[in-house]
Design a protein around this ligand. Structure first.
Ligand code: PMT
Length: 409
C-alpha cells in the first residue's frame, strides 16, 4: 500500500485503537493524515496522532491557517481513501443526512473518494432502528463498512455487537478497498441483502477454555464473497476463524451461538439468509467466571450442558421479516440425504445444502465439498467441486429463484 489515507477519528472510547491503526497503516506503506473531531479530542490528543502519523493533525473547520494551507476541500480530495474510525452513531447519522457542521462531516460530504467506516457504539445504539436506517442508507450511498464486532463493551456488564474492529482488521479492509476490491453493485443480486453465517461458535467453559468444532469458515466465507460479486449487499456473521474478511462484505464477528442469533436478528431484513455456520448445539450451562483449577485428587469436573438456540430454525419460523429464501446446511456423517430432508422440514428451511463431513471427506477445513441440494421439489446431487464453485452455484440458483419469485423484503 503506497497510498494516502485520511483517518477521521470520532469521539468514542475506541479512539485509542485508531492510534494503533495509524501505525498499522503506515507499516503497510500508507501516508496518514488525521482529522480529530471535537469529541475525539476528549479521548486522544492531536499531539499523539501527530507523533504517530508524522503529519499535521486537523481539528477545526474554521482554523484560518489550516484552511489557507490545505482547506477542507483539499483534505477531502487529496487522498485515496478516507477511514472513519471510530464511526460513532452520531457521525453515521450526520453522514446519512448530509450534515457538514464541522471539519470531519464537511470532509465526508466534500469527498469523491472511497470511505471505509468502522462503527463503534453501545449494542443497543447499533441495533436501534435509527442506526439501522442510517447504515442501510450509507451502504446504498457506497460507504464500505468493517465491523463492528461482538464482545464486551467498555461499559461494565455490557456485551453485544458494537465493538470497533481491531486495527489490523481495519487496515486489511482498507488495503482491499485501495486494491479496488470494492463490492460490485451490478449483477443478479444488485439491490438485495444477503445474510450469511459462517465458521464455528466457541462456547466458553471458563475464561480460557471453550467447546468448538472443526469448521474453518471457508464455505460460508466463499458464499458471502460470491453474493457480493453478484452485486448483493452482504452481511456475514462469522464465528472465530483465521480467514481474511471477504472484500465488499460487512463482517460481524461473534463467539457464541447466542451472540450469533442476536446478530443475525439485528441484521434483518434480508432477501436471502444462508446458514453455513457450524453452530455448537450445546453450551456449558454455567461457564465458570475464573479458570477452573484441577482438584488435588485430579477428579475430572462434570460439565452440565444446555441446549443452544437454533438460529436457522428461529429465523425460518419467524413471521415478520422472514427472509424470502432461507437456506440451511446439513453436516452429516451417515444417511446424508435422508437426514438433510428431515432437517429441512424440522427447521422450516426452504433449501438444505447437505454435505458429508466424515473425516475421510476432508470437508471440514478443506477446499472441496460434495453437496446435495435438497428442496421441496427433490434432491440434486452436485459433482465434487471447490467450495468457491459450490458458493457461486448456490448464489446463482438463489438469485434465479428470487428473480422468478420477484419477492421484495
Ligand atoms: O467451515 P468449513 O471448514 O468450510 O466447513 C463447511 C461446513 C461443513 C461447516 C458447512 O458446509 C456446513 O455443513 N455447515 C453447517 C454445519 C452444521 O452445523 O450442520 P448441522 O447439521 O449441525 O446444522 C444444520 C443447520 O442448522 C445448519 O445450517 C446450521 O448452521 C444450523 N444450526 C445448527 C445448530 C444451531 N444451534 N443453530 C443453527 O442455526
Amino acid at each position: 500500500m503506497t497510498q494516502r489515507v485520511l483517518l477521521i477519528i470520532g469521539g468514542g472510547i475506541a479512539a485509542y485503537k485508531s492510534l494503533d491503526l495509524i501505525r498499522r497503516l503506515r507499516e503497510r506503506g500508507a501516508t496518514v493524515r488525521v482529522v480529530l473531531t471535537r469529541a475525539a479530542q476528549e479521548f486522544v490528543t492531536p499531539l499523539a496522532a501527530g507523533a504517530l502519523s508524522n503529519e499535521r493533525v486537523f481539528t477545526d473547520l474554521f482554523d484560518l491557517d489550516d484552511e489557507r494551507e490545505i482547506g477542507h476541500i483539499r483534505l477531502a480530495r487529496d487522498t485515496d481513501l478516507i477511514i472513519l474510525a471510530p464511526a460513532t452513531a452520531d457521525l453515521l447519522a450526520k453522514m446519512a443526512t448530509g450534515q457538514a457542521n464541522d471539519l470531519a462531516t464537511a470532509v465526508l460530504l466534500a469527498t469523491d473518494k472511497p470511505v471505509l467506516a468502522a462503527p463503534a457504539m453501545n449494542p443497543r445504539m447499533w441495533s436501534h432502528p435509527a442506526t439501522r436506517r442510517n447504515v442501510h442508507q450509507l451502504e446504498a450511498d457506497g460507504i464500505a463498512f468493517v465491523g463492528p464486532n461482538a464482545g464486551e463493551m467498555a461499559e461494565r456488564g455490557e456485551a453485544g455487537v458494537g465493538r470497533m474492529s481491531e486495527a489490523t482488521e481495519i487496515a486489511e479492509a482498507a488495503a482491499q478497498l485501495l486494491a479496488g476490491l470494492a463490492p460490485s453493485k451490478t449483477g443478479p443480486l444488485a439491490g438485495r441483502h444477503v445474510l450469511v453465517t459462517s465458521g464455528p461458535t466457541h462456547e466458553p467453559i471458563d475464561p480460557v477454555r471453550y467447546i468448538a468444532n472443526r469448521s474453518s469458515g471457508k464455505q460460508g466465507h466463499a458464499i458471502a464473497a460470491a453474493a457480493a460479486s453478484a452485486g448483493a449487499r452482504v452481511t456475514l456473521v462469522s464465528g472465530p476463524v483465521t480467514l481474511n474478511d471477504p472484500p465488499g462484505v460487512t463482517v460481524i464477528k461473534v463467539q457464541t451461538a447466542a451472540e450469533m442469533l442476536s446478530t443475525v436478528e439485528a441484521a434483518l431484513p434480508a432477501d436471502i439468509a444462508i446458514f453455513a455456520a457450524a453452530v455448537a448445539d450445546w453450551r456449558v450451562a454455567a461457564a465458570a467466571g475464573q479458570k477452573m483449577k484441577k482438584t488435588s485428587d485430579s477428579a475430572a469436573p462434570t460439565l452440565t450442558l444446555a441446549v443452544n438456540p437454533d438460529i436457522l430454525k428461529s429465523i425460518a419460523k419467524r413471521t415478520p421479516r422472514r427472509p424470502a429464501l432461507v437456506i440451511g446446511f446439513a453436516a452429516e456423517t451417515d444417511a446424508v440425504i435422508p437426514h438433510a430432508q428431515k432437517k429441512r422440514k424440522d427447521k422450516a428451511a426452504d433449501w438444505i445444502v447437505a454435505n458429508d463431513v466424515s473425516p475421510a471427506t476432508g470437508t471440514f477445513g478443506g477446499d472441496w465439498n460434495t453437496v446435495h441440494l435438497v428442496t421441496a421439489d427433490g434432491v440434486t446431487s452436485w459433482p465434487p467441486q471447490s467450495k468457491d464453485d459450490v458458493a457461486r452455484r448456490l448464489i446463482e440458483q438463489a438469485a434465479a429463484w428470487l428473480a422468478a419469485n420477484q419477492t421484495e423484503v
